[in-house]
Design a protein around this ligand. Structure first.
Ligand SMILES: *[C@@H]1O[C@H](CO)[C@@H](O)[C@H](O)[C@H]1NC(C)=O
Ligand SMILES: *[C@@H]1O[C@H](CO)[C@@H](O)[C@H](O)[C@H]1NC(C)=O
Ligand SMILES: *[C@@H]1O[C@H](CO)[C@@H](O)[C@H](O)[C@H]1NC(C)=O
Ligand SMILES: *[C@@H]1O[C@H](CO)[C@@H](O)[C@H](O)[C@H]1NC(C)=O
Ligand SMILES: *[C@@H]1O[C@H](CO)[C@@H](O)[C@H](O)[C@H]1NC(C)=O
Ligand SMILES: *[C@@H]1O[C@H](CO)[C@@H](O)[C@H](O)[C@H]1NC(C)=O
Ligand SMILES: *[C@@H]1O[C@H](CO)[C@@H](O)[C@H](O)[C@H]1NC(C)=O
Ligand SMILES: *[C@@H]1O[C@H](CO)[C@@H](O)[C@H](O)[C@H]1NC(C)=O
Ligand SMILES: *[C@@H]1O[C@H](CO)[C@@H](O)[C@H](O)[C@H]1NC(C)=O
Ligand SMILES: *[C@@H]1O[C@H](CO)[C@@H](O)[C@H](O)[C@H]1NC(C)=O
Ligand SMILES: *[C@@H]1O[C@H](CO)[C@@H](O)[C@H](O)[C@H]1NC(C)=O
Ligand SMILES: *[C@@H]1O[C@H](CO)[C@@H](O)[C@H](O)[C@H]1NC(C)=O
Length: 749
């Protein structure tokens, strides 16, 4: 959607503790989890902290260096993302903050005179941070949004200390350029980045950040946390990620990284930027990868979309199904039937994209999309579209439960499910077999139709999965069936993806892999051909423990360039409204591995057709109230609060689900007039389902009298805006009202 979509920022909640955001997924627990309390991929020392000899974990500096050598809480990760006309500052701590998260900010590093307050969320990670070092563990996730900002402007901010954390340095971010700003810019595009093999990519990314890339766009497969079990699966020919008791085998060709001596203290299979496993714990892999990436994610917006490795704790098993025996029966080095690896095999907190949903904060809600799954944003002359190629379309690679049902069942039996079952994250208005019934498709159609090509002549889409490749696989035809026609019809210029661990440039392709020869000017220059073809680019080569993919058949004639040996990422440079430059930056020293110019044909219109104009940012503050049937809130410490006529007293950290509603939730936001539900608000369905998934907390039913339903009536200078598709009412309030609200919040926390 356009950056005209208003933003709701500073989500300040009243009358309850810390709001559990809508990103908390539903995890089905119809069948019990029967595995080890904490799955650890190490037979030699299967304890959380290891013995220092098996798989010691690599220690990376956290985002904020703790002031003491024995911190009790710490900011480990900071990551920025764009929201329309603003920024989301996401940060992570091992323990709760005891207060709502906040940042102080301003236009100068020495005058941080504004304050933004956000909300926190958490999930029942395995193991919890209380069992892991506080400088390496994240369990509480904080989202603070600042909106109503100027485009292409640099702002400064600082995260204050709270409950044992140290204040961050004064950091900065730069907002996105307004749609239509003709200034050229470069972004970093990458996919499939874990830790192993990615050292060179990391160095080149850091360099690119230094050279001013606007943001990074990571198209899924982030960290490879789900390869935690590599160390316990035996080696076999087609599964290079394995452990034979003393060593991780690396398939040929040996990456040049491995020829470089490791730094003192690092052992090849024991974690390190030059090779080897990171950790034998799923969650620690996430923690360490995110910490490693801090120098990038805290400096430029880091926009992500889902990949298959984010789905669950494991995708499949190796020989003998040793992993299945471990997860299902808590048996080490045993055997099991292949079919026994089901959705219920992973610990509940490691299913259904749970870590991914908590560890990032993308602008789905602000752009009509869904959470971290699909969304879009403008930057200067380009409109960027992030798609979910994993769930939420017909025949998606990760199935919804609906696809597992037989006969007249309404929920699948455990043995009818697959370990990767996930989603849907949007609604399906009809059959799950019909892509057009999916919210994602409907959103994409609307989003693309609303692009104003006079402002953003370039439209670039990305999902994790390619539609075409010389490595043919059945998911490609499913993805094409779902989205190709829509993308072509709307004149999308390029389709980016990853998933296959190599760099592959395809020719401009029309439907059914027709090569659009007329658009090929020369080896390194193509014309865009709206409605007829798109250029497809596969960037699965960032580097990870699974190494490069190897080509099984021959190279197809649709492939223009294939590099199966180098790691790296790509730079996409919008030069102007008619020229876009693409280059593959190799991890080994930044050598340019491929280069392509995409040009608009002289006199071409661009491709789309809409005319939504920009709404100027404003500093108006809105007070929005919503009446819900239930809501979930996390009380990080002992507190008392009132909802309606009931007063709740909490004596220990508790997740409360308040069900004696209707309840009225109130938030203040700044920015332009809200036209959709506040992003931090849950619909009543989400609320009632979110309750069951917060296993850390206690779900309780409370009785009390019904509070008054309605909306605040503060004096306003702007007429109330109608909110579409929701029962919300919005009313303008004065800044004094905001101050009052903040005061109230401070008193409550
Ligand atoms: C995953 O979570 C979504 C909500 O976020 C839920 O609708 C869906 O049913 C869940 N899918 C599975 C397979 O657990
Ligand atoms: C799993 O097995 C280990 C080792 O035999 C045992 O200590 C642990 O209690 C078992 N865990 C569960 C949840 O049964
Ligand atoms: C504050 O941090 C401590 C650890 O230092 C943790 O035990 C406690 O739960 C945190 N407080 C809240 C309210 O989360
Ligand atoms: C394990 O791998 C290492 C390195 O490839 C090799 O030297 C060793 O012989 C292997 N051990 C076994 C038991 O296969
Ligand atoms: C990240 O940046 C900090 C500060 O410049 C530096 O000390 C640290 O070594 C960097 N980390 C990595 C992994 O490059
Ligand atoms: C796992 O089991 C296999 C076959 O029983 C055995 O050869 C191997 O030594 C065992 N490995 C460990 C680490 O116990
Ligand atoms: C579902 O089908 C089974 C037989 O296939 C039948 O026994 C059962 O009564 C049916 N249940 C419902 C609710 O229709
Ligand atoms: C699946 O489990 C059900 C019981 O829940 C059982 O009746 C059925 O035979 C199992 N199916 C397979 C293929 O194992
Ligand atoms: C593409 O191929 C499919 C299957 O071969 C066919 O059904 C479809 O009509 C083709 N579409 C076009 C536009 O040629
Ligand atoms: C274009 O690419 C082909 C195939 O890779 C190569 O043989 C040819 O020399 C290239 N032409 C130019 C002008 O670079
Ligand atoms: C590419 O190969 C396909 C089948 O392998 C063939 O049908 C098609 O005509 C070829 N295209 C070109 C442009 O050579
Ligand atoms: C756009 O950039 C290309 C490549 O630098 C250049 O040849 C072209 O003249 C530019 N077009 C405009 C309209 O500035």
């Amino acid at each position: 959607m356009k950056s005209t979509t208003p933003t709701l920022l500073l989500g300040v909640y009243t009358a309850f503790c810390i709001h559990i955001s809508g990103a908390i997924p539903t995890v089905d627990e119809s069948y019990p989890y029967t595995g080890p309390a904490v799955p650890i991929g190490d037979w030699i020392d299967p304890t959380i902290n290891g013995n220092g000899e098996g798989f010691p974990r690599l220690v990376e500096p956290p985002a904020v260096v703790p002031s003491s050598s024995k911190p009790t809480n710490n900011i480990n990760v900071i990551a920025l993302s764009y929201i329309p006309q603003g920024i989301n500052i996401h940060y992570q701590t091992p323990f709760g903050l005891g207060i709502a998260p906040s940042v102080k900010w301003g236009i100068s590093a020495t005058a941080l005179d504004s304050k933004a307050i956000g909300s926190s969320h958490t999930y029942d990670r395995t193991p919890p941070c209380s069992e892991v070092s506080v400088t390496q563990c994240s369990q509480f996730y904080h989202e603070v949004q600042i909106s109503g900002l100027k485009s292409d402007a640099t702002y400064y901010y600082q995260i204050p200390a709270a409950n044992g954390t140290t204040a961050s340095d004064v950091l900065s971010f730069t907002t996105s350029r307004a749609a239509g700003d003709p200034t050229g810019f470069t972004i970093a595009v990458l996919n499939d980045m874990g830790y192993t093999n990615a050292g060179g990519t990391y160095q080149q990314l850091l360099k690119a950040v230094g050279e001013g890339v606007a943001f990074a766009w990571h198209g899924g497969d982030i960290s490879y946390a789900d390869d935690w079990y590599s160390g316990i699966l035996p080696c076999e020919d087609d599964w290079p990620v394995c452990y034979n008791g003393t060593s991780t085998e690396i398939p040929p060709p040996t990456p040049s990284d491995y020829l470089t001596p490791l730094p003192a203290g690092e052992i090849a299979n024991q974690g390190g930027p030059l090779g080897g496993d990171m950790s034998v714990l799923y969650e620690s892999n996430w923690d360490l990868w995110q910490q490693w990436m801090n120098n990038i994610t805290a400096n430029i917006p880091y926009m992500v979309l889902p990949g298959n490795h984010e789905a669950t704790c494991s995708e499949f098993d190796g020989p003998g199904n040793i992993l299945t025996a471990y997860l299902n029966n808590n048996v080490t080095n045993g055997t099991a039937a292949k079919s026994a690896l089901t959705y219920f095999s992973c610990p509940p907190s490691q299913r259904n994209f749970t870590a991914y949903q908590n560890r990032f904060r993308m602008p789905g809600a602000e752009t009509g999309g869904v959470g971290n799954f699909w969304y879009s944003f403008d930057y200067g002359l380009a409109h960027f579209v992030s798609l979910d190629g994993e769930t939420d379309f017909a025949n998606s690679p990760e199935y919804p439960f609906a696809a597992d049902l037989t006969g007249n069942e309404t929920s699948p039996k455990a043995n009818e499910t697959y370990v990767t079952d996930s989603g849907p994250f949007g609604t399906i208005n009809g059959s799950y077999k019909n892509t057009k019934a999916y919210e994602q498709y409907q959103w994409l159609a609307k989003d693309l139709a609303s692009v104003d090509r006079t402002k953003t002549p370039w439209v670039i889409a990305m999902s994790h999965r390619p539609m075409y490749s010389s490595m043919v696989s059945s998911y490609q035809k499913n993805l094409r069936a779902a989205f190709e026609e829509l993308l072509l019809e709307n004149g999308v210029d390029a389709y980016l993806s990853g998933h296959i661990h190599w760099y592959e440039r395809l020719f401009p392709l029309g439907v059914n892999s027709t090569i659009d020869k007329a658009s090929i000017i020369n080896n390194n220059t193509y014309y865009t051909n709206p409605g007829v073809s798109m250029t497809h680019l596969i960037n699965g080569m960032a580097g990870n423990i699974e190494s490069h993919s190897t080509l099984s058949g021959g190279i197809l004639n649709i492939t223009a360039v294939l590099d199966q040996t180098h790691y790296g990422f790509s730079k996409l440079t919008v030069l102007n409204s008619t020229a876009l430059k693409w280059s593959f930056v190799r991890g080994d020293g930044g050598i340019i591995g491929d280069e392509l110019m995409l040009l608009k044909k002289p006199g071409s219109s661009g491709g789309g057709n809409s005319t939504i104009s920009s709404v100027a940012p404003s500093s108006t503050t809105y007070v929005t109230t919503q009446t819900v049937t239930a809501y979930t809130t996390y009380c990080p410490s002992a507190t008392t609060f009132t909802q309606g006529n009931s007063t709740y007293t909490v004596t220990a950290p508790t997740t409360l689900t308040i069900t004696n509603c209707p309840c009225t939730l109130t938030y203040t936001t700044t920015g332009s007039v809200p036209t959709s539900k506040p992003t931090t608000t849950l619909g009543s369905t989400e609320l009632s389902t979110a309750a069951g998934s917060t296993a850390t907390g206690k779900t309780i039913n409370l009785t009390g009298s019904v509070p008054t339903i309605g909306y605040t009536s503060t004096s306003s200078s702007t007429p109330p805006a109608q909110v579409t598709g929701a029962a919300d009412r919005v009313q303008a309030a004065s800044l004094a009202g905001l101050a009052g609200m903040l005061g109230l919040v401070a008193a409550l926390f």
